[in-house]
Write a protein that binds this ligand. Structure first.
Ligand code: UD1
Ligand code: MG
Length: 448
């Protein structure tokens, strides 16, 4: 019985040339988070004792992203086998299983990795377990050569003959290797092949030559999609989004038109949340129970309490906190502001750097004037107050609890609780003036 100890090597030294980007490929986000983080979260669910990430020179941002995990730098990119060898110093002798995964294949699931490890630890104790798959277009993937005794070899497309290239079973690149054998296999790799690289894939034939057995496990093509270009990045995003939508629905949210809702990896939705079409959940959004989100809303960095109604066309920016049963209506933007329990901001408003007290009603067109070109200032709108339509609240300013601000006011001084404040031009009236004006004009026209 082998031990169940596990270490993981993540290969991420590739430049990602085809991305045409200044950002290392594995740092490109899926659902708002670098693809390498998705992969690391997946492998960490397997409770490995150690994870070593192999990065290329100058990929400090990748090292920072994966910290506190150990990174090893592969200075020259001499192939996947060479990349694995770079992890040796960090990993050392390890007699458990070593799982090798690719940083640019971030969609692999924990279940699939678990199946590989179960095979490794199964009765046959294969020295190497490879994750194979049968993509619709096998293209230039390495091919798995399988015989009666299991996996015999992996042949790279460039090195394969006609017959080998016709094999539909491809190498995903993911591998589970017996740690007791790994370094002895890796140090014997040669670069005498079509690409002149040290192929990790050759460990299969080497292990077989040592008399050990090798095996493969079949994975879903969708999980094994590699990201090499922006088009493939979009394809991977679509898969991640589909998973997030399914999870949201499984957890009790209704998505009326799921394929139009975009989630961040960390979006939290409560029970009985109803999301109408075309809603974007940016990073760090949490939504309580029984919330209705109408179409075309955009959220980022905000919290939404229970029973809230939002939208259509609402924008909640970072620091927006919408408490239970509040209403945020169409064309309302809220930034760094708390809208307390049951308050209503229903139409065409900007609420920034502010508090809207419980039960307050903020009328259409209300603007908190929070910025003077230099500093941001705070607007405090008291509980139960009423802000008339088209008012400008010039911060810093406080409207006391229960106060009323007349429509069209430009409020520059604090309003006492319970008072009425009106700050607009006084209405005057000239009786009959309009009638006299028209008569005079008509007479002028008739003369000319
Ligand atoms: C590799 C496999 C191939 C498999 C395919 C699946 C080998 C020899 N071939 O080929 O059988 O079908 O993946 O996608 O393993 N990397 C490094 N340092 C290197 C080279 C690669 O870190 O020197 C990393 C890359 O960043 C990438 C991964 O290893 O994450 C795979 O490298 P890549 O060059 O894409 O290998 P393929 O030629 O696609
Ligand atoms: Mg590749």
């Amino acid at each position: 019985m082998s031990s169940h100890r596990l270490a993981v090597i993540v290969l991420a030294a590739g430049q990602g040339t085809r991305m045409k980007s200044d950002l290392p490929k594995v740092m490109h986000p899926l659902a708002g988070r670098p693809m390498i983080r998705h992969l690391i979260e997946t492998v960490q669910g397997l409770s490995p004792e150690k994870v070593v990430v192999v990065v290329g020179p100058g990929m400090d941002c990748v090292a920072e992203e994966v910290a506190p995990l150990t990174t090893a730098v592969q200075t020259d990119r001499l192939g996947t086998g060479h990349a694995v060898a770079q992890a040796k110093a960090a990993l050392g002798e390890f007699d458990g299983d070593v799982l090798v995964v690719f940083g640019d294949t971030p969609l692999i699931t924990r279940d699939t990795l678990k199946r590989m490890l179960a095979e490794r630890r199964g009765p046959k104790q294969p020295a190497v377990v490879v994750l194979g798959f049968k993509p619709a277009d096998p293209g230039h993937y390495g091919r798995l050569v399988v015989g009666a005794e299991g996996l015999k070899a992996i042949v790279e497309w460039k090195d394969g003959n006609e017959e080998q290239r016709a094999i539909p079973l491809c190498n995903s690149g993911v591998m589970a290797v017996d740690g007791k054998r790994l370094w002895r296999l890796v140090e014997r790799l040669s670069n005498d092949n079509a690409k002149g690289e040290y192929y990790l894939t050759d460990v299969v034939a080497l292990a077989r030559g040592d008399g050990a057995s090798c095996a493969f496990v079949l994975g879903e093509p969708e999980e094994l999609l590699g990201v090499n270009s922006r088009v493939e990045l979009a394809g991977a995003e679509a898969i991640v989004q589909r998973r997030l939508r399914l999870a949201a629905m499984d957890n009790g949210a209704t998505l009326i038109e799921p394929e139009t809702v975009w989630f961040s990896w960390d979006t939290k939705l409560g029970r009985d949340v109803v999301v109408w079409p075309n809603v974007v959940f940016g990073k760090k959004v949490s939504v309580g129970d029984g919330v209705t989100i109408k179409g075309f809303c955009h959220f980022e960095g905000c919290t939404i309490g229970d029973g809230v109604e939002i939208g259509p066309f609402a924008r909640l920016r970072p620091g927006a906190e919408i408490e239970d049963d509040a209403h945020i209506g169409n064309f309302v933007e809220v930034k760094k502001a708390k809208v307390e329990k049951g308050a209503k901001v229903n139409h065409l408003a900007y609420i920034g750097d502010a508090r809207v007290g419980a039960g307050a009603n903020v009328g259409a067109g209300t603007i908190t004037c929070n910025y003077d070109g230099f500093d941001k200032s705070f607007t405090d709108i008291g509980a139960g107050s009423f802000i008339g339509s088209n008012s400008s609240l010039v911060a810093p300013i406080t409207v006391g609890d229960g106060a009323i601000v007349g429509a069209g006011s430009v409020v520059t001084r604090d309003v006492t609780p319970g008072a009425l404040a009106v700050a607009r031009g006084n209405q005057m009236e000239l009786a009959g003036w309009a009638d006299r004006f028209r008569e005079r004009k008509k007479a002028e026209k008739a003369k000319s």
